[in-house]
Design a protein around this ligand. Sequence first.
Ligand SMILES: [Zn+2]
Ligand SMILES: [Zn+2]
Length: 374
Amino acid sequence: MTDYYEILGVPRDASAEQIKKSYRKLARELHPDVAGEAGEERFKDVARAYEVLSNPDKRQQYDMGVDPSSPSGGAGAGFGNGFGFQDIFETFFGGGGAPAGPVPRARRGQDALVRMDIDLAEAAFGAKRELQVDTAVVCSTCSGNGCRPGTDLKTCEVCHGRGNVQRVARSFLGQVMTTAPCAACQGFGTVIPEPCADCSGEGRVRSRRTLTVNVPAGVDTGTRIKLTSQGEVGPGGGPAGDLYVEIREKPHETFVRRGDDLHCTLQVPMTAAALGTVLELETLDGEQEIDLRPGTQPGQVVTLKGLGVGHLHAGGRGDLNVHVEVQVPAGLDEEQTELLRSLATLRGEERPEPRLTAAHPGVFSRLRDKLSGR
Ligand SMILES: [Zn+2]
Ligand SMILES: [Zn+2]
């Protein structure tokens, strides 16, 4: 007598759960789609073993020495009866099969992505911007149902509105009932007898429209602004996906942005740096006074608080950092030379002592920036 326990690889006292688990595992491995024809014979053996061992009555019979699935044995139940093909299908198709009812025609549309270039001031303060988008919108002729005006959807005559059809298929397992989407209506359960001429029954058309986008202060390159339900309308006039506007910030000719802080370089004549001065600076907020103290050094940074970029979704703004670049006069005429000589004499700097210090790390980063063209 065939050893069904051995075929399923379970002990004689295996629980029903163990048997089921082992069977499913084997069925998956030996399925003809996976194992090819080579697995077919073993698959049948496994299925037969499971048919017997999964049924308490048959298992008892078998344990007593009678094979209930052999033609001479017991119940005489031929292969294919008695135990659920449902089980096999659950094993292969995850218990689902075809959807139970018709599929709705209207489905959610896809999200859409558009890019938008903004300048630094718009990023700093936020802006209202008009944006042209080209997406699918609901067809106004048919209001999305895809039917020519005056006509309507009709129940599918093939599946009578169920959206699926049942078929009896023959397989090596015997006759199997399968459920498949109805080909006549693509599973919708309804058909469009006369499609709308404007959308060919799609329920949506492409259209260009202008949207107003509220760009919040603090956006940066890569920031995405989500406009709910402004994406592509779905088939059958289904709800629209979302529209994402991806920000790309154009570089500014003066200000470089680091986070929400801005940086710029201010060139100051040596005399002004030495004597101190007040300068008018053109910032994003218009003209601003900047006060250079007497003795301002090259590389010194003057911070104008709160004149940077607004913090995204938070109050406050970053700062504007002004990096002072002191310009040493060149091409002096005689009089200027004399004046500077006198100054040098007064300061005892005619023959300055060489004073070496360790190079400031800033020197290297500035050099690197120059080399990399930043
Ligand atoms: Zn239409
Ligand atoms: Zn149908």
